[in-house]
Design a protein around this ligand. Structure first.
Ligand code: AMP
Ligand code: MN
Ligand code: MN
Ligand code: MN
Length: 329
């Protein structure tokens, strides 16, 4: 059954009441009804995409091409969230400005937590904040050696000479990652698409998987918060224990630690979640008093779960993450 949806978009010309003196719950109710009335009157609404990648990490488009595509597809507020690197932000911001879009500086930080690799998105970060810039620099520095090991492991499994091919796909050699290997292996005819390469070679338990130590959860959140950003747990439905999700008990422990460390939001609507997962993580958001985020996690045409542009609405009751910066404006 489909959960009830509330619009993920914000009404531009919001009529009173304002947030002053209102409880969160009554504010939610009033925003929702204001929204319905205002949509009926045809007032412009905003489309948010707060998670996507350029070729500064493992996307296929340049930051400019990515923002141009988002603009064409109706996105009005965009956050570029490359993995462990902020070098695309200036170019993306300039492109967003040309389109009259609102630009949010973002990043997606790789974290090792227990046996899991987690991704923590930072929204509204200040890239010049030294602990953040230095922390990410440290994370990137391990990628070259990891790539070499991946190539060695694949060679042992009978697929030789892939390192050069993978680097050919890396727009930024410091950010070489599994996706670049996957693209090369598709081109070399080993699998029909990127997804199949991951399933066959690059996930835990497969021949080309190399375990890696990423950032500590508390550090990643500290870098984001210290730079003025909001820390968001990315695509929580993707963290697996074998073939199934990490399980309720572990998810509870993760969210408790995330909040304890200063985490403020969770991705509810993301390209890789099902509608059931929108509802599931909206419930976790409510339980842990977290804001809710949405983004396509777009990596390139034809390669991603979903394209940029109109995403499904949040389930009813979600407090959108943009309240964190729009209420402070
Ligand atoms: P890395 O940081 O090098 O470990 O690469 C992580 C990236 O690989 C993710 O951000 C995704 O873009 C991609 N990825 C991870 N798992 C899969 C999968 N099962 N199918 C397709 N892409 C994946
Ligand atoms: Mn990626
Ligand atoms: Mn991710
Ligand atoms: Mn991502």
């Amino acid at each position: 059954m489909q959960p009830p949806f509330r619009s993920r978009r914000r009404v531009l010309a919001r009529s009173s009441p304002t947030s002053q003196g209102m409880s969160r719950r009554s504010l939610r109710g009033s925003l929702h009804s204001t929204l319905l009335v205002t949509i009926a009157k045809g007032v412009q609404v905003l489309d948010y995409d707060l998670h996507c990648h350029s070729n500064i990490s493992d996307g296929t488009l340049t930051p400019t091409e990515l923002v141009d595509r988002a603009a064409e597809r109706g996105v009005k507020v965009i956050a570029l969230t490359d993995h462990d690197d902020m070098d695309g932000l200036d170019e993306a911001r300039a492109a967003a400005l040309r389109h009259g879009m609102t630009f949010i500086s973002g990043v997606e930080i790789s974290v090792s937590w227990r046996t899991h690799t987690l991704h923590i998105v930072g929204l509204g970060i200040a890239p010049e904040y030294p602990p953040l810039a230095e922390g990410l620099c440290g994370l990137r520095s391990g990628r070259g050696a990891r790539a070499q090991k991946m190539a060695d492991e694949l060679a042992r499994a009978g697929i030789g000479g892939v390192l050069e091919g993978a680097y050919h796909y890396a727009g930024n050699p410091n950010m070489i990652g599994r996706t670049h290997f996957a693209r090369h292996l598709v081109e070399a005819g080993h699998c029909k698409d990127v997804k199949s390469v991951f399933n066959r070679y690059l996930v835990k338990g497969k021949p080309g998987y190399v375990p890696h130590q990423w950032a500590v959860l508390a550090d990643a959140i500290k870098w984001i918060r210290g730079s003025g950003g909001v820390a968001v747990l990315a695509h929580p439905g993707r963290y697996m224990s074998g073939r199934v999700g990490m399980g309720k008990k572990t998810m509870h422990e993760l969210l408790a630690e995330f909040v304890e460390c200063g985490g403020q939001a969770i991705e509810v609507v993301t390209g890789s979640h099902t509608p059931e997962q929108y509802a599931e993580f909206a419930r976790y958001a409510e339980e842990f008093d977290l804001l809710c985020s949405c983004g396509s996690d777009f990596h390139g045409p034809g390669e991603s779960y979903r394209d940029m542009g109109r995403l499904p609405d949040f389930p009813l009751g979600c407090r959108p993450v943009w309240e964190a910066w729009e209420n402070n404006a």
